[in-house]
Design a protein around this ligand. Sequence first.
Ligand code: UD1
Ligand code: MG
Length: 450
Amino acid sequence: MSTSLIILAAGQGTRMQSDMPKVLHRIAHAPLLAHAMHAGAALEPERVIVVAGHGAELVEAAVAEIDKTAQVVIQEDRLGTGHAVLQARDAMKGAEGNAIILYGDTPFIQPETLAAMTEARSRHAVVVLGFEPEDPARYGRLFMDGDSLEAIVEYKDATEAQRAIPLCNSGVICADLRQLFSLLDEVGNDNAAGEYYLTDIVAIARQQGLSCGVVRCDEAETMGVNSRADLAAAEAAFQARKRAEALENGVTLTAPETVHFAWDTWVGRDATVEPFVVFGPGVTVETGAQIRAFSHLEGCHVSTGAQVGPYARLRPGAELANNAKVGNFCEVKNAEIGEGAKVNHLSYIGDASIGEAANIGAGTITCNYDGVFKHRTEVGARAFIGSNTMLVAPVTVGAEALTASGSVITEDVPAGDLALGRSRQANKPGLARKLMDRLRAAKAAKQESK
Ligand code: UD1
Ligand code: MG
């Protein structure tokens, strides 16, 4: 049976103290909203509808980046979660099967949990994701009769006895799409908040003789973000989980608590990541690669056996082939470093391709930018680029060619040639000593006249 997602993201998030809508604040480099959408994406949803309100244009732009097929609908007045879901009705016309309602500010719901909910739909018309928090605080309470969910009672409307129920509503609900909207038609706003509560569909379903049930999850999954402190706590929780996952998958982390992953970082088995490595989005590191301390990687691919750092920076489009090496204080951007090639010290390699087994000497710079355009540098296989070579792009150095140290290479170098692009050295016999003597004498004369 197919499933569609309705993601509620209209809230302002006042407590974030931000000009940006709450759901666009990031955890591990992805907006909160993206985390919720990624969890749902595992179900291969037929449709994805995001209900936006506060900062809708910004939310719309973010959604387009996360999932081009997702649609944004606007909730003009925020009259409650039930009202929010109803805004998705037109966009869902013609869709069939399950609807899953998620919150854009609740990033950690696991795909397996959502799958368990769709599975439970074979027994119940409405399935609610429940959890038992350490502190049930102001969550809605799930009123059960045995295994049957009878009603969700909002904290504001609950009696003392109901508030004593430990089982709470996470907010995630799964129901048949058509039934969901027809149940919502029956929901009113005669309650303590004066809102249209999505949660009221449970009691209404029961009145109609429909079965309702609960799937339970860990409190960690339902963690919501309402403040900057929550955001920091959510980031920490994400990092802790990602580190544990990496260790479990056979990655060596010598100081796991110091490594920061992005939401999509992928590190292969038997890779090593040393202390204080930071991953931006879009990084894949293959088996056996070594990422040494204090390196920063983003939008790049590191192949088997390659070595990065310490203190290296790989920027978007850096592509390291097997056994390539990028050493300390090197920056690589939009460049392929061929198999076994070495860029070991103090270099900038941008908009370039470095052939296999080439050696790039210390301090080599690809001068890729003329102030307006970017240009490419090509270095052939087994070429040897002398230390402190400026490769003024566009320029090509052929296979097995050599550039002399300190050269400014402005013309292509044919394969196998030696390029010398520097002025010839002249030695003046004894002149150094003479010069120093003259300067010291001048200094002494100055001090005497004081
Ligand atoms: C809701 C549930 C409560 C549950 C809790 C879990 C209802 C009535 N109550 O309460 O049972 O325990 O979540 O966190 O559903 N939103 C909109 N438009 C609106 C109102 C809300 O898009 O008009 C969005 C918010 O941005 C938020 C989500 O829906 O992402 C939940 O709204 P919120 O106001 O936080 O609901 P709670 O009162 O916490
Ligand atoms: Mg809330």
